[in-house]
Write a protein that binds this ligand. Structure first.
Ligand SMILES: *[C@@H]1O[C@H](CO)[C@@H](O)[C@H](O)[C@H]1NC(C)=O
Ligand SMILES: *[C@@H]1O[C@H](CO)[C@@H](O)[C@H](O)[C@H]1NC(C)=O
Ligand SMILES: *[C@@H]1O[C@H](CO)[C@@H](O)[C@H](O)[C@H]1NC(C)=O
Ligand SMILES: *[C@@H]1O[C@H](CO)[C@@H](O)[C@H](O)[C@H]1NC(C)=O
Ligand SMILES: *[C@@H]1O[C@H](CO)[C@@H](O)[C@H](O)[C@H]1NC(C)=O
Ligand SMILES: *[C@@H]1O[C@H](CO)[C@@H](O)[C@H](O)[C@H]1NC(C)=O
Ligand SMILES: *[C@@H]1O[C@H](CO)[C@@H](O)[C@H](O)[C@H]1NC(C)=O
Ligand SMILES: *[C@@H]1O[C@H](CO)[C@@H](O)[C@H](O)[C@H]1NC(C)=O
Ligand SMILES: *[C@@H]1O[C@H](CO)[C@@H](O)[C@H](O)[C@H]1NC(C)=O
Ligand SMILES: *[C@@H]1O[C@H](CO)[C@@H](O)[C@H](O)[C@H]1NC(C)=O
Ligand SMILES: *[C@@H]1O[C@H](CO)[C@@H](O)[C@H](O)[C@H]1NC(C)=O
Ligand SMILES: [Cu+2]
Length: 624
């Protein structure tokens, strides 16, 4: 299988003007024993009895088909293609209980979509906190005509690594014995899923060799610093967006982020040059405790001459890692190569306030606007597609696909009514930790990102911050927000679908730091109508739901008759202690020039309804 795939890709990328290709993979998802850090042999989740899972390589315009066969025997799975927009194919986004059902053991599901974006992406499981057990790998989209020149390319993944399996770690994390919500600290840092790698570097006095390096943080938790001795990086891509070339000495990648950069080889003789270390270093400020002896640095080498020694890296002063360190690239200051200007005044404003709280039962959860996300009974996409649109567009859209209430009390759903609306998303991090947020289906402009401890963003009092922002803000799909700081983001709702916005720390995803965007739901219904010929939910997607016993129609509670009746939806564990959280607030969608005003009022009214916490002892359905 694999050689054919590579051949197709090579042919597609060598023949000028070749028509878009097909890249097809058969992925048996299987348990494999592996010992990536040399310290602990453990079961990991691999593909076709091999770990790490293969990097997927496609070219712009290709169709990617991945047949996933879940042979784990004891866990469900899914694949999310992080950073890909999946236009006309939101059902291929892989988020469990959002755009599909989990694939139960013994079942298969095919992902099948075309790719129009060049650059560096990755794929990973998107359910049950599973990917840190191994089901994650880079995905590279080859561009036959990139806006920079190079001679060779390499991909490197960075990752934190745990010796224990996620189900047990999650149970310990979300337990009353861990009331502060201290995240499990990884045992190791991996460089390309091992402890060290050599990258052979050529040099010649007659020709300059330029290397394009793609790097992806496929980790669960820790941000990673990356630097090379003796070579500056020239950043040319961030999360699939080409940048104006920007020199950098050190990068920081949160879980989920990617960069591509050029490294220019020295051109004196190899023996004169020697070899150069490079270091990936986990951001230990994210750890509640740093266990003695934790090896949080991994070193690799640019090897010009195999006969010469591999020198150890020089130690950097600890202030090298400070947020304002001159060594560290500020990603918000990058400029997109396409110079797309700042989007205009928003049509819709969404504000999400982040905090962490200990609940009455002693467990610690994460909240947007005082709500912790819980999976709906029906995947949100299927709620959109089964809601009655007859009344849509009127002020009386009750229970229709544009009515945010049908998506549930705990899915944190913001409905963007129409294609083309400009959304301004303000995220206030009220927590003392760093959080990397990721948006599915889009990238967003970083209109403004504050430093740590800047407080919250007040759209009126702080309005003057925005015009001061760059006229051509960088776009990316995953962004670090500093402790007690905020970010103002904008995107155009040009991709009807159901798209999550969540923290990419797997611990925080599992404890509810998740919101849902339902984008242009009426158009989405039309797109998926059998007569449209544009999109359809394939039979195998519905079959995995049947196999898993998950309904595929109805509101968030599975009610197919009255979409406003949410009895039976998943509800959180016991309410918070007195004084912590009173009324449930939820996501407030302020439609500035749009239609949604009525819905917001309804939502506020219902929020005060004590019914929302009636089944306080029901088992929560955790996302992740
Ligand atoms: C996947 O597993 C099936 C059943 O064991 C086997 O027949 C098939 O060859 C495997 N496919 C790959 C690509 O390894
Ligand atoms: C890193 O691992 C990927 C497989 O995921 C492999 O294709 C690549 O060659 C490795 N990179 C280096 C520099 O060894
Ligand atoms: C599933 O099986 C694997 C491999 O035997 C084992 O390591 C793992 O603990 C099991 N997981 C669950 C949730 O049962
Ligand atoms: C999505 O479908 C519409 C309608 O067929 C088509 O015009 C558009 O080009 C499609 N978008 C992509 C990215 O394929
Ligand atoms: C993938 O989708 C295309 C377009 O809908 C379809 O023609 C093709 O048969 C599909 N391939 C598989 C393997 O499902
Ligand atoms: C060798 O490198 C130097 C310094 O980067 C550069 O000025 C010079 O043009 C290079 N020579 C060749 C032949 O590439
Ligand atoms: C890297 O950039 C810094 C700052 O511009 C410069 O001082 C240094 O000489 C450069 N290093 C190399 C190896 O080019
Ligand atoms: C990791 O590297 C940093 C930067 O050089 C250094 O300050 C730190 O002491 C190193 N830590 C370990 C455990 O090697
Ligand atoms: C949808 O709503 C319209 C208007 O209220 C109603 O006439 C129609 O019967 C409903 N359709 C379904 C399938 O519930
Ligand atoms: C936002 O406005 C408030 C009130 O004027 C002010 O205290 C705060 O410093 C401003 N924030 C920033 C980041 O400028
Ligand atoms: C969320 O709870 C905090 C107290 O924990 C409260 O101050 C705040 O007003 C609540 N927010 C909303 C939007 O209800
Ligand atoms: Cu987080």
């Amino acid at each position: 299988m694999l050689p054919v795939v590579i051949l197709l890709w090579v042919i597609a990328s060598l023949v000028p003007g070749a028509s878009a290709g097909l890249v097809e993979h058969d992925f048996n998802v299987t348990w494999v024993l592996h010992n990536p850090d040399g310290l602990r042999l453990r079961p990991v989740i691999g593909i076709n009895d091999y770990w790490p899972p293969p990097a997927i390589r496609v070219a712009v315009g290709d169709r990617l088909v991945v047949h996933v066969h879940n042979l784990l025997g004891n866990q469900s799975t899914s694949l999310h293609f992080h950073g890909l927009f999946l236009e006309n194919a939101t059902h291929m986004d892989g988020a469990v209980q959002v755009s599909q059902c989990a694939i139960p053991p013994g079942s298969s599901l095919t992902y099948n979509f075309t790719i129009h974006q060049p650059g560096t992406y990755w794929y990973h499981s998107h359910g049950s906190g599973q990917y840190p057990d191994g089901l994650r790998a880079p995905l590279l989209v080859h561009d036959p005509d990139p806006p920079f020149a190079f001679n060779e390319e390499h991909v490197i993944s960075l990752s934190d690594w745990y010796h224990d399996e996620m189900p047990g770690l999650l149970a310990g994390f979300i337990s009353k014995s861990n009331p502060t919500g201290a995240e499990p600290v990884p045992q190791s840092v991996l460089l390309n899923d091992t402890t060290s790698i050599d990258i052979p570097f050529k040099n010649s006095r007659h020709k300059t060799h330029v290397y394009l390096i793609h790097v992806v943080n496929v980790g669960a938790f820790a941000g990673q610093y990356l630097w090379f001795e003796g070579h500056n990086m020239t950043v040319v891509e961030v999360d699939g967006v080409y940048t104006q070339p920007q020199t950098a000495s050190m990068l920081y990648l949160t879980a989920g982020q990617r960069y591509s950069f050029l490294l220019t080889a020295h051109n004196d003789s190899a023996s004169a040059v020697g070899n150069f270390p490079f270091v990936a270093s986990m951001d230990t400020t994210m750890f509640d405790t740093v266990p003695p002896g934790l090896q949080y640095n991994a070193t690799g080498w640019l090897v010009y001459d195999v006969r010469r020694p591999l020198p150890p890296p020089a130690l950097l002063a600890s202030d090298a890692f400070d947020a304002g360190s001159p060594l560290l690239l500020d990603d918000a200051a990058l400029v997109p190569h396409d110079a797309i200007p700042l989007l205009g005044e928003p049509d819709v404003a969404v504000e999400l306030n982040v905090n962490m709280q200990t609940r009455r039962d002693g467990t610690n959860y994460a909240f947007f606007n005082n709500i912790t996300y819980l999976h709906p009974v029906v995947p949100t996409l299927y709620t959109v597609l089964s809601a009655n649109a007859s009344n849509s567009g009127s002020s009386n859209a009750d229970g229709g696909p544009e009515d945010a209430r049908i998506y549930g009390t705990y899915t944190q759903t913001a409905v963007i009514q129409r294609r083309g609306q400009i959304v301004q998303l303000v995220v206030n991090n009220l927590d003392v930790g760093r959080h990397p947020f990721h948006l599915h289906g889009h990238n967003f402009q970083i209109v403004y990102r504050s430093a740590a401890n800047a407080g919250t963003f007040d759209p009126v009092a702080n309005a003057s911050l925005l015009p001061a922002a760059t006229a051509t803000p960088i776009r990316r799909d995953s962004l670090l927000i500093f402790p007690n700081g905020f970010a103002v983001l904008r995107f155009r709702a040009d991709n009807p679908g159901v798209w999550l916005f969540h923290c990419h720390i797997e611990w925080h995803l599992a404890t509810g730091l998740v919101a849902t965007f339902v984008e242009a739901p009426v158009e989405l219904q039309q797109q998926y109508a059998p007569s449209s010929g544009i999109s359809s939910v394939p039979a195998d997607h519905l079959a995995v739901c049947a196999a898993a016993g998950v309904p595929t129609a109805g509101n968030a509670a599975g009610n197919t008759v009255d979409f406003l009746d949410l009895h039976g939806e998943a509800v959180p564990p016991a309410a918070l202690p007195e004084g912590c959280i009173s009324g449930v607030a939820g996501v407030a969608v302020v439609s500035l020039y749009g239609l949604a005003g009525d819905l917001d009022e309804d939502k506020q009214d219902r929020s005060a309804d004590p019914d929302g916490v009636r089944d306080a002892n029901a088992e929560p359905v955790l996302p992740g």
